[in-house]
Design a protein around this ligand. Structure first.
Ligand code: OOG
Ligand code: NI
Length: 272
């Protein structure tokens, strides 16, 4: 792994934990001071120039990543792709993009105005991927986006940065199952996303996933400050598709529920 790539992931992580202080606590609780290996990092964007998925992905292609899977989320009006690197120490990359034209004219207008404020030159720099938001937005526009798409509202509030990192549970020495990981997290006081059950997927689809509910952080809107859900941590356990060969893809039905980890309105076990 080149020093540049290593520095990129370090900067990405440092930006992420500023908004997600519980991520550092997750490392402490699960790793007990040992290094945690990440399975993947996820990014979100809009399907509008100059920030389309394909454009953001170029930074990973330049680092040696290859496109490996395509996913569609009809109800959330999103598509996604994942990318893998030959170096097993590097996390997979999951990038989704919102199909903006499928929303109301009001949402399309707000999003177009946000995207228009981005300097296309800035997108060409790898640092763009942890540069946050490039615009001002009012709390009322945020609320309007929230009514149609929690994803659009999250993007408007946080911009470009890691949405989540994901612990590679297969590489955690002290844990046999994702259930044990979840139990440890709950005992330590974390709230898990229980939309579709705490564990999404199964050995039948070669992937089990769980996630915390996003931390809450104060965000400065143009008219006021509001405390809203920021980023979360995910946990993934992969199963063999052949002897000594773990599944490397994602599972759309599970991912569909993981997206809800930033949704304050999504059901959690504590609420139900
Ligand atoms: C991505 C949700 C999907 C996964 O691992 O299936 C996902 C997001 O919330 O942006 O991360
Ligand atoms: Ni994920």
């Amino acid at each position: 792994m080149s020093q540049q790539v290593e520095q990129f992931f370090e900067n990405l992580w440092n930006d992420y934990i500023k908004l997600t202080p519980s991520a550092a606590k997750v490392h402490q609780v699960l790793g007990q001071g040992r290094e945690i290996i990440n399975d993947h990092v996820a990014f979100r964007t809009f399907n509008m120039a100059p920030v389309r998925l394909e454009t953001l992905a170029q930074h990973f292609i330049a680092m040696g990543y290859k496109p490996c899977g395509d996913y569609e989320f009809a109800a959330k009006r999103l598509v996604a792709k994942h990318f893998e690197h030959a170096d097993p120490r590097l996390p997979k990359i999951f990038i989704s993009e919102l199909l903006v034209e499928e929303f109301s004219p009001a949402v399309q207008n707000i999003v177009s105005q946000l995207v228009a404020q981005i300097d296309p030159e800035a997108v060409q720099q790898p640092e763009f991927l942890y540069s946050g938001k490039h615009w001002q937005i009012s709390s009322s526009d945020y609320e309007l986006l929230l009514e149609e798409s929690e994803y659009a509202a999250w993007m408007a509030a946080f911009g470009f940065r890691a949405n989540h990192f994901t612990v590679n549970v297969n590489e955690l020495p002290d844990y046999e199952s994702l259930e044990q990981v979840n139990q440890t997290l709950k005992t330590a006081g974390f709230r898990l996303n229980s939309s579709g059950g705490e564990i999404k997927g199964s050995p039948d689809v070669y992937l089990e996933q769980s996630s915390t509910m996003a931390d809450h952080t104060p965000v400065r809107f143009s008219d006021m400050e509001k405390v809203i859900p920021s980023c979360f941590y995910e946990f993934a356990k992969r199963y063999e598709v052949a002897p000594n060969k773990l599944y490397t893809g994602f599972v759309a039905a599970s991912a569909d529920k993981i997206f809800e980890s930033t949704d304050a309105r999504a059901a959690t076990e504590q609420d139900s």
